[in-house]
Design a protein. Structure first.
Length: 668
């Protein structure tokens, strides 16, 4: 045997040398990995292309250079999603030669180069929905045809592209004495999106919502007669001087509310130290008497469905305002009001315009800019205090309704505490021995963290809030209940421990009212194995306790995969895409030290608390089920297909979608 360790390396089936390393140029990365830029290739991703182009036109309007936008949907060539044209009367994209790319027009650079645009320095746009200079170039890369026309300096120029590649140079196509602005026409590539089609209804709602978000813009809608319906006309014009308040009025309709007047308004943020405006906030809130409520969050006219720091600022302003009003009116119990008491059942719309916003990803689902919370809270709080105190009857009515909700929450909490203490005292031996329970007497809601392994469980126990957070470690991958018999499920110790800890029973005996915790949080490693375990756990809840999922008790924790440090500042990244966003954003041009967490057990308790467990700083994904029976049946079919007993169904699923699987995932 050789003494040299390297002499004993196993043989490989293929060479790995310099020729194995690919260098993707231009827009190739977008076509290879569209999910990194638009979140996938499904219907949502397809319509994200439209939002990217529309956002550019909205940025022109918000900046004060455009007041009219037109969206035109046509059928397009056979086999394609359709043909969409978005036109504005703004300044028009620059068409002169770019100084860094001799022989290329600036328009061509914008359309064919990632991270090119006019939104980095803040000189062309004070606030914008585009941040990274990738939006329209991604649309171009994923379209079988893109045509851009620019009316500027009394001339019209045009250039066409296919799959991100120019079909020719930019060319003058005419003169125009009055027209100005940019028109972008694109046809999504069926090689990327398959047989998916643009939804006229979805695009119609998108155009309408954008008009609500900026009162100074008029948006004109047109679509082919074949695509129109009772809900979608062939032509419409949207312009709403009242902004969000108009939108909310239409949404609430004739429903009776706690207060006859909506709480609506807007406020400019104060200037920063350099005297530059930090943006503005607009809001509209109603409290219907009987409603499940809804929320709509926006930043720079871009929807942020997962909320974020602007949402946190609004929650703080409303909660503190009602507590203060309660103190003013000698309602001592008002000090126990929480943000959920104020916001549950309410109809809320919040829109902020801020400079250099930070989002979780290119799809911008969640705002993460820290300063947004402070700016929104300060701006809204003064107006809310005035809304309550200017009309004391109105203020008392709202306070009374919120306190009724608070009393109901505290009553349910007390019932759960009695059940928990009864179970702990009378049936202590029946609770899982590895469950580290919470005391349940804290001010916050109770949570059970299901963690992977004893190492992660040890860190979580030290990181938790002992009053409100319980920890249940499980060993590796639990049983796949979708492919197991009932006897095998009953005999599985991990599943038995989980059911005992929750205390609500399974299947037909599942009673959500007996659940011992408010939230069930699946907390696994941020890698492929962790995702597999989380999938098995979600399958368990879907099959054994579906009512808990439907009622919104189940969550996924979002632990980071990386810690990035530059100049003694650390930022955590959830995945490779988020890491790239940080390196190209706040840490751009800096020397970055990157640490990769192999698992939750590698984090010290302080890091785990800050990134994943503390309610003030963590991110959670709520797992829900659709309300409609047909949609719920479709979910059941998908679970059976992917997790059920018949391996042929999984094989067919993989075969039909093989083109969507990342090479990197296969190698892993």
């Amino acid at each position: 045997m050789s003494d040299n360790l390297f002499d004993s390396a196993p043989a490989t089936s293929g060479d790995y040398d310099s020729s194995s390393i690919e260098v993707l140029e231009g827009l190739e990365p977008v076509r290879r990995r569209p999910g990194m830029y638009i979140g996938g290739t499904d219907d949502r991703a397809l319509h994200h292309l439209a939002a990217e182009v529309l956002d550019n036109s909205m940025d022109e309007a918000v900046a004060g250079h455009a007041n009219r936008i037109e969206m035109v949907l046509e059928e397009g060539p056979p086999g394609t999603a359709g043909k969409l044209t978005i036109t504005d009367n703004g300044r028009g994209m620059p068409i002169d030669e770019h100084p860094k790319f001799p022989g290329k027009s600036t328009l061509e650079v914008i359309l064919t180069t990632l991270h090119s645009g006019g939104k980095f320095s803040g000189k062309a746009y004070a606030t914008s929905g585009g941040l990274h200079g990738v939006g329209v170039s991604v649309v171009n890369a994923l379209s079988v045809l893109t045509r851009v026309e620019v009316a500027r300096n009394r001339e019209v120029h045009a250039q066409e592209f296919s799959k991100g590649v120019p079909k020719g140079n930019i060319a003058k196509i005419g003169d125009t004495p009055n027209r100005r602005g940019t028109s972008v026409t694109f046809i999504p590539d069926p090689e990327i999106f398959g047989e998916r089609k643009f939804s006229a209804k979805r695009l119609f709602k998108l155009a309408r919502s954008k008009a609500y978000l900026f009162a100074g813009v008029e948006i004109r809608w047109k679509c082919a007669a074949a695509l129109a319906s009772d809900e979608v006309p062939t032509e419409a014009v949207f312009q709403f001087p009242g902004g969000l308040a108009d939108h909310l009025k239409e949404q609430v309709g004739t429903r009776e509310c706690v207060t006859a007047d909506f709480f609506a308004g807007n406020q400019d943020f104060p200037a920063n130290d350099e005297g530059v405006s930090q943006g503005r906030v607009e809001w509209a809130i109603a409290w219907p008497l009987w409603s499940d409520g809804s929320t709509s969050w926006y930043c720079n006219t871009v929807p942020t469905p997962d909320g974020g720091t602007h949402e946190q600022g609004l929650r703080a302003a409303l909660t503190k305002g009602l507590r203060a009003f309660g103190e003013l009116t000698s309602q001592k119990k008002a000090k126990d009001i929480t943000a959920d008491d104020v916001m549950t059942g309410s109809e809320i719309m919040l829109s902020v315009f801020i400079r250099d916003p930070q989002f979780q990803s290119q799809t911008k689902d969640r705002l993460t800019s820290p300063e947004a919370a402070r700016l929104v809270e300060n701006a809204v709080r003064d107006h809310f205090d005035m809304f309550l105190s200017d009309n004391m009857d109105r203020g008392r009515a709202l306070l009374g309704a919120v306190m009724e909700r608070m009393d109901e929450r505290l009553r349910r909490k007390q019932e759960r505490e009695i059940k928990r203490k009864t179970a702990t005292n009378a049936k202590k031996l029946r609770l899982p021995g590895k469950l580290t329970d919470c005391s349940g007497d804290g001010e916050g809601e109770t949570e059970l963290f299901i963690v992977e392994g004893d190492s992660a469980g040890g860190s979580a126990k030290q990181a938790r809030n002992r009053k409100t957070q319980a920890i249940l470690p499980i060993r590796g991958k639990i049983l796949n209940v979708a492919s197991a018999s009932a006897d095998k499920i009953r005999a599985n110790s991990e599943i038995a421990d989980l059911a005992l800890a929750l205390g609500c029973g399974t299947r037909k005996d599942c009673d959500p009212e007996q659940l011992r915790y408010d939230r069930i949080i699946i907390m696994t490693d941020a890698d492929v194995d962790g995702a597999h375990i989380a999938t098995l756990l979600m399958t368990f809840f879907f099959q054994e306790m579906p009512e808990l999922v439907r009622r919104g008790h189940l969550y996924l924790a979002q632990p980071p995969l990386y810690r990035l440090t530059a100049n003694k500042q650390s930022i955590y990244a959830r995945d490779d895409e988020h890491r790239q966003e940080i390196e190209n954003g706040p840490f751009k041009g800096k020397k970055v030290e990157v640490s990769r967490f192999k698992g939750l057990g590698e984090m010290n308790p302080g890091q785990l608390r800050e990134t994943t467990m503390a309610p003030e700083t963590r991110s959670l994904v709520r797992i829900t089920l659709p309300e409609q029976n047909e949609q719920r049946f479709a979910v059941k079919e998908l679970v059976d297909q992917l997790m059920g007993r018949n391996p042929e169904h999984r094989f067919n699923f993989i075969q039909n979608r093989a083109g969507e699987i990342d090479r990197e995932m296969i190698d892993a």
